[in-house]
Design a protein. Sequence first.
Length: 255
Amino acid sequence: MQRCLIVFLVLFLFQCQQETLDHNHLVDNNLNPVYYNHDLSQHNANNQLEIEKHLEILNHEKKNEKGKFELLGSWFGKLNENWISLNITSTSNQMVAGYIILDTTFKPFKGWYTTADEIHFKIGLTENNDLNKHFYDMSLSLENMTLNGIVQLIDIEQVDSIFLEKRNYEYDVTLGTYPEFSQREISTSELDELSTNELIYITEEILAKHGLIFFNNETRDMFNHKEWYIPLNYRVNNLLTKIERNNLDKIYKYF
């Protein structure tokens, strides 16, 4: 009787251990990196085309110092519980234009600005969306590099406050926890020493350097807290360097 009980306990513990191992295996299989050539919905593919037009204008105005080029770039922070990147891409003829990324949503805008001292500016923006248009009434300070004011849904009385700070985007291979993946090709033996979670993070970090918009809430929140990150693009495969692309292709083989 005692021997049967011992055998039963051994078999039970073995089964529990096996179930635990199987569960962990399933969890690992469900962990996947973000692929640089991932599919986009037609809606976001169209948005990306609009973003590229905006960024082309931005680069042209910055290079030629057109308009109030000091206002150009990304102003970043939170609107209520949502992360917001307000990207001013044109300031010609006392008019401003650009686009907003509100978490993962693309919203183009147009507006105006005035200034009395070339340091402090009054800015009014209206989203170009067909539905749920918001008006932004803000003050911008080049002294403090801040943009703050109120946001109001047109035709509705609700008003929200907004406070943004300037974030300067500049691609830099030294950024991040694993900068070497943008600096040199990594060997397979080096990759073998990294965990699944580390490999996934590395793929995200490489793509984040080029301003990829992340749809996973935890990933988006993690990178939004990094001062060098700005969500700009739905797709960045055309921005990757040859070294980054080769390292990503090697990592993808592990999944």
